[in-house]
Design a protein around this ligand. Structure first.
Ligand code: HEC
Ligand code: HEC
Ligand code: HEC
Ligand code: HEC
Ligand code: HEC
Ligand code: HEC
Ligand code: HEC
Length: 377
């Protein structure tokens, strides 16, 4: 049987023959339409499995022909617009489906408008070629023939990290790892995010697997220590009434909630991101770390100056100190020593509002800050 993809490949190799092939497309599409319609009809009548949204008559009235029409634009699979513009026919302010286009003009976004043209159908991700252009297109994260209301990434290939074989995605993070793990073409300012969530780390937010800490008293009622979360629980639209997904946000880097990462006054809004899942009352009520309040409220230190929102390769409790404010102490130490739950000892110096606070264990192993003994520790 002739594969449609082969035909596409031919047109790409020999552009002069594209026009003649338009007729072949038309015939082929009609045939495929017919067989697909039969398949879907059979599938729909034999099981109640979800129907892909874009092939559901109640949502996209004319099914195939709503998108594939006439001869279509040159070089496309008979689409009315080029592939880069195609989705916005419906997913924009003037379209009849959820407006994704407007998300892309927000301060922080996946630069789809600028880079989607670098997407190549069937490309191998994660990229193996250092020179492959970094990009993101709708087609990297969505399969328009397969996505469903409750399975929006269905039909996309995923990568579990650490050299695993790419396969059909089952969890959202596998789609993100296609580009945010060990891609050969990561920019110099980009990190392999999969290293942050490595289950071998002393601590990590529970994306790949369950978290390590069984004492997280601040968790809101919807979460427990056996909860798993998704990248898009933190990275997504800042507008809770708008379309979900990490398309764009007014908060960098594409965060759903406000999050101050430098020193400043504590408030529900300052650390809105963390308080979405961790009760503020518990955190500044010192239910776990007995010195949360003194640091966060009195010294106005941000969560981000002690914690890494992803995970920590070095310490428990997502501790990964902000090296712009935290330095080795006079003994050259920069470490947290988890001792009694809630009363760890830190050996380090930190710079807060122009003052240096040196934390160290003195010769008799007594814990001091700027030489003052902390009796309750
Ligand atoms: C919502 C719009 C939309 C609808 C509805 C739609 N398609 Fe498509 N189709 C596309 C787009 C976009 C592509 C290009 C996909 C790509 O390159 O990744 C495509 C590509 C194709 C291809 C090329 C091979 C492939 O899968 O990439 C075939 C064949 C196809 N469509 C058949 C159909 C049939 C048959 C129907 C009806 C059952 C249908 N399409 C309904 C948008 C649509
Ligand atoms: C003919 C109009 C139309 C076109 C063209 C179209 N969509 Fe949709 N799409 C819809 C409708 C209607 C919905 C359901 C309601 C909503 O989300 O607004 C939808 C929903 C979705 C969803 C949510 C998951 C789901 O399947 O319900 C995704 C993801 C999506 N579209 C992606 C795309 C992408 C990517 C393209 C371009 C390849 C595209 N759409 C082109 C009409 C369209
Ligand atoms: C980097 C990956 C990525 C890219 C690129 C991307 N999306 Fe999404 N999109 C997602 C994720 C993840 C979700 C689901 C979020 C969730 O479940 O909370 C989503 C959800 C959606 C939805 C459903 C929104 C809702 O609340 O119903 C639509 C529609 C959609 N995307 C369309 C598009 C279109 C059109 C493009 C291209 C302009 C695009 N997406 C590009 C990842 C992506
Ligand atoms: C096809 C590749 C691709 C996929 C898949 C992808 N991204 Fe991205 N992402 C990019 C590119 C390219 C950038 C821009 C990097 C840059 O310009 O520094 C980016 C940037 C980001 C940023 C940072 C923006 C900033 O301003 O620093 C976040 C956060 C992000 N992506 C989250 C996600 C999440 C969550 C997913 C999975 C739902 C995902 N990405 C899937 C390609 C991708
Ligand atoms: C001065 C450093 C520091 C700052 C600032 C800080 N934390 Fe912590 N946090 C810790 C330490 C240390 C622990 C671990 C205590 C232990 O397990 O003995 C901890 C534990 C936690 C825990 C796990 C236990 C629990 O309470 O459920 C959460 C969640 C947490 N912090 C959230 C936050 C949030 C949110 C902020 C900002 C509003 C913040 N932290 C600011 C140092 C800090
Ligand atoms: C608990 C919330 C949370 C979760 C879950 C989360 N992120 Fe992030 N992410 C953040 C925050 C906050 C930053 C900004 C970090 C900073 O600058 O201190 C960030 C930064 C990033 C960046 C920018 C580069 C960097 O590392 O600084 C990328 C890309 C990214 N995240 C991708 C992802 C992906 C992919 C996932 C899922 C595998 C994910 N994130 C899960 C909160 C989260
Ligand atoms: C989408 C929900 C969600 C968000 C947002 C979130 N967390 Fe968490 N966090 C969790 C869950 C679930 C756990 C429990 C994991 C476990 O049992 O180890 C957790 C655990 C933690 C822990 C303890 C981890 C350990 O191994 O000791 C710390 C510290 C923490 N979070 C800090 C933060 C900070 C700081 C922010 C804001 C940047 C934040 N969290 C945002 C869901 C979230």
């Amino acid at each position: 049987m002739i594969h449609f993809g082969d035909l596409v490949a031919v047109t790409q190799e020999r552009p002069a023959e594209r026009f003649a092939l338009d007729r072949a497309y038309l015939l082929l599409i009609s045939l495929i339409c017919f067989s697909w319609t039969c398949c879907f009809w059979l599938a729909a009548s034999s099981s109640s499995a979800g129907v892909p949204t874009h092939l559901d008559k109640t949502k996209v009235k004319m099914e195939c022909s709503e998108c594939h029409k006439g001869h279509g634009k040159r070089g496309t699979t008979m689409l009315a617009k080029t592939k880069d513009e195609f989705c916005f026919q419906c997913h924009s302010m003037s379209g009849k489906a959820s407006d994704i286009y407007s998300q892309l003009s927000k301060r922080s976004n996946h630069r789809i408008l600028e880079t989607s043209r670098y997407h190549v159908p069937g490309e191998q991700l994660p990229a193996k070629d250092v020179a492959a252009p970094r990009h993101a297109s709708c087609y990297d994260c969505h399969n328009v023939h397969k996505s469903e209301k409750d399975a929006q990434l269905k039909g996309i290939r995923g990568y579990a990290g650490k050299g695993a074989k790419p396969r059909k995605m089952t969890k959202e993070y596998e789609v993100c790892y296609n580009c945010h793990a060990d891609s050969a073409n990561l920019g110099s300012d980009e990190l392999d995010v999969s290293r942050d969530f490595d289950p071998a780390n002393p601590s990590y937010h529970p994306i790949e697997t369950y978290g390590r800490n069984s004492f997280v008293p601040s968790l809101r009622r919807e979460y427990r220590k056996s909860s798993l979360i998704d990248c898009s629980d933190c990275h997504g639209n800042d507008d809770p009434s708008g379309p979900k997904g990490p398309h764009g946000s007014i908060y960098e880097p594409i965060l759903r909630y406000h999050y101050v990462r430098t020193q400043g006054a504590e408030s529900p809004r300052a650390y809105e991101l963390c308080y979405a899942c961790h009760e503020r009352r518990s955190i500044i009520g010192d239910e776990s770390f007995k010195a949360h309040k003194v640091h966060i409220v009195y010294r106005q230190i941000s969560c981000a100056q002690c914690h890494d929102a992803h995970g920590s390769k070095y310490e428990p409790a997502l501790i990964n100190f902000d090296r712009a404010a935290v330095f080795p102490n006079s003994l050259g130490e920069l470490i947290m020593l988890p001792t009694v739950q809630g009363r760890p000892r830190c050996a380090l110096s930190c710079h807060v509002n122009g003052v240096m606070y040196e934390h160290k264990l003195n010769r008799n192993l007594v814990y001091t800050v700027n030489g003052r003994i902390l009796s309750e520790w």
